[in-house]
Every structure is written in C-alpha cells, then in structure tokens.
Design a protein around this ligand. Structure first.
Ligand code: SF4
Ligand code: SF4
Length: 370
C-alpha cells in the first residue's frame, strides 16, 4: 500500500528550485542537504529501512521555514512531508535524543528549556496595568518571558496607552511549535486541549501574542488538532497596525534606517511590520532583496546542528550591515537565536523588536515608568 505523501513525492520534476531557497543548503557545501533529498527518503523511512548518516541528518536539518513549499512549482507539501518523516522516525524510536528531551520538557515542564515556571512572569514591572480578569489576554510566550522581557513590557504599555487592561494567563504554557515541527502531533493535540480549555475557562475572547510561533500554533494549528476555538488569536503587530490606522496610537518620527528580520510563520503578512515602521518614519532597506530567509533557529536545528544554525543566522547578521544601522525583528526566537550565534562567532549585532520601537516612538525612549 502506498504510504501517506508517497504520491506527492512522485510528482517532483527535479527542477531544483527548492535547493536555491533552502537556508541549510545555502550554508553547506555539495548540495547534500536539499529539501528534495529530504522528501526522497520517505519510502525508506516508511519501510523502517536504515538511512545513511547524511540522509538521516538531512531530515533534521530543517527549520520548516516553508521557503521550499513556496517555490515548488508542483506544490509538493515539502514541510508536511518532513514533519511526517520525523513523526515516523519518532514512532520507530529513531529520533535524535535532544529532540526527545526538548519535547518532553514542553510536555512535562511547559517550556522547551524546562525553565522555572515561577520565573515566567518576572517580566512584569509595577508600572504595567494588568487586569485580574478580562476578555483580552496577553500571551508573552516562552522566549519573551524568559529571554526578551522588554517586548512584553512594551506591548502592555502600548495596550495600556490605548485604554486596554489585558489579563495574563497565569497558567501560560509553551505553544508547542517544537512538537509540531517534530511530528509529535498526538502530544500536541493533548497539550492544545489542556491549554484551550484553560483559556476558555477564564472567559477570554481574544489572545494577543507577541511571538509569531504562538500566533501560528494557537490560531491555526490548535483548531486542526483539537477543535475550533471560542476565542480569537492575534499577533500584537496586527493589533497595533489597526490602532495606528484608527488614530488610537500616534507614532512620533524615529530617525532610523533598518532592515527587517521577517518571521517565517508570518511571511504572508510582511506588510504589517513595514506599515508600522513607515508610520514612525523609519526607512526600511530590504534584506535578501525582500525574499524570506530563515534565522536558522527553529525546528530543532539549533540544538541538533548548532554550527549550521549559527551559519544561517550570519546570513541575516552580515546581510543587514551593508544595508542599515540595525535590524527590526518581530520574532523573539529569531533574536534569541541570533544573539547566541553572534556570541559564538564574536560578531556585533544591533536589533530591536518592532513593538519596542513603537513604544519608544509613541511613549518616548524611557517608556517603562520607574
Ligand atoms: S523548510 Fe526551510 S529549512 Fe526546511 S527544507 Fe524547506 S527551505 Fe530548507
Ligand atoms: S521544487 Fe519541488 S519539483 Fe522542484 S526539485 Fe524541489 S521538490 Fe522537486
């Protein structure tokens, strides 16, 4: 019997378009880690056959950024196939040990790094007006909570300025993007059920997320894995864009030229950060001629292949320096990963989140009231 996706793999016309856009292939020699090569291992994996080391590594050498899906002329769902291959390998007990460990951290400790849940809300400062209960909840997500607290503070201050007092989710969990990327769909469905039921029990009607990963997984994947949600999920930049359009937020000019570090889960709405930057008079000089190139961190690439992940980060870090004075990002994981890569490569990088720039523009540079 033909396995799931085998028919799709057979549609490949060997055009190699996916080779050129793949960030892993860009930073490695000899075209041994192409997206096409990844999907060609499907039959062997499904049959439980041994893979060569290169074939095996290739399955995990992907951030599931989607650049290959976007260019495949015969619409092969390459990232779905990679996810399915990883699912099969996990079921066969052949998943990398680090991938299993991170997945278990998410399920058992609610964050990829098994961080202390007591510290999840350390970003909250006294000046922030947070409601005990509200129809609008703010979800910072793991990377903002533990590694980029200024993004959460800027977001709440902007919402407060617009007259909104959001609540926080006291039992906030990791969204589970890593489980999705690594084919742990049963675990993610269970995780989704617990998290969705909890959010709905609070009477929340809208969740505003700072992280594109949370926005994608809660808003688009939970409904597929569990059921339709009784609340909306919005990325904070979409909310801010509307508030600028209707005059609720009034940005002042910032004298800056930036390149934008686009977030893969939101690559269909790149106009949103650009319109916010434009409203602040910020000039945008595009990276990579406006094409999407992943930061190199997600999907398990960073823990399993740190050097390749760092080399991919350098495409952005070195790329912006010819174009602009700084990077503007809207993904806390891109920032976290690129900061780590810069440390290991001894590189300098200037980067700020778009919501932090907006807070500086609307509220002044010292937007956190002491
Ligand atoms: S999803 Fe991104 S990293 Fe993965 S194979 Fe496709 S282009 Fe390469
Ligand atoms: S872009 Fe699609 S058709 Fe072309 S080589 Fe890659 S998988 Fe095959």
């Amino acid at each position: 019997m033909m396995n799931k996706f085998e028919l799709e793999v057979s549609y490949c016309i060997d055009c190699k378009k996916c080779w050129d856009v793949c960030p892993v292939n860009k930073v490695t020699e000899g075209n041994i880690y192409t997206p096409q090569g990844k999907i060609e291992s499907l039959a062997k994996i499904a049959a439980g056959e041994e893979l060569t080391q290169e074939e095996y590594d290739n399955i995990y050498l992907s951030t599931r950024c989607g650049a290959c899906d976007d260019v495949c002329p015969v619409n092969i769902p390459i990232t779905d196939i990679i996810q399915y291959e990883r699912q099969l390998l996990a079921e066969q007990g052949r998943e990398p040990a680090k991938t299993t460990a991170i997945s278990n951290n998410i399920i058992e400790h609610n964050s990829p790094g098994a961080k202390d849940p007591e510290k999840r809300f350390d970003w909250i400062t006294e000046d922030l007006d947070i409601a005990e209960s509200s129809e609008i909840a703010y979800m910072a997500g793991c990377w903002v909570s533990y590694s980029q607290p200024d993004i959460a503070r800027a977001t709440i201050r902007l919402l407060n300025h617009a007259g909104i007092r959001p609540m926080i989710l006291k039992e906030e969990k990791c969204c589970g993007l890593f489980l999705l990327d690594n084919g742990h769909l049963g675990d993610l469905a269970e995780h989704a059920k617990k998290f969705v039921d909890y959010i709905e029990s609070l009477g929340v009607k809208k969740v505003i997320a700072s992280c594109p990963g949370c926005y994608l997984v809660l808003g688009k994947e939970y409904p597929k894995l569990y059921r339709e949600l009784n609340f909306e999920v919005e990325h904070s930049l979409n909310v801010f864009k509307d508030m600028i359009s209707d005059g609720t937020l009034r940005p002042e000019k910032l004298d800056l030229t930036v390149s934008v570090r686009d977030a893969c889960p939101m690559r269909d709405s790149k106009d949103v950060p650009r319109s916010i930057l434009e409203s602040m008079g910020v000039q945008v000089n595009e990276l990579f001629d406006g094409k999407q190139v992943c930061c190199g961190g997600p999907g398990g690439l960073k823990p399993n292949f740190p050097e390749i992940a760092d080399d991919i980060a350098m495409l952005t870090v070195q790329g912006y320096k010819d174009k602009a004075g700084m990077l503007a990002s809207y993904c806390p994981f891109c920032v976290h990963h690129m900061e780590g890569a810069c440390k290991s490569k001894d590189e300098e990088m200037k980067i700020k989140d778009v919501s932090v720039l907006l807070a500086e523009s609307v509220l002044g540079a010292d937007f956190i009231r002491k």
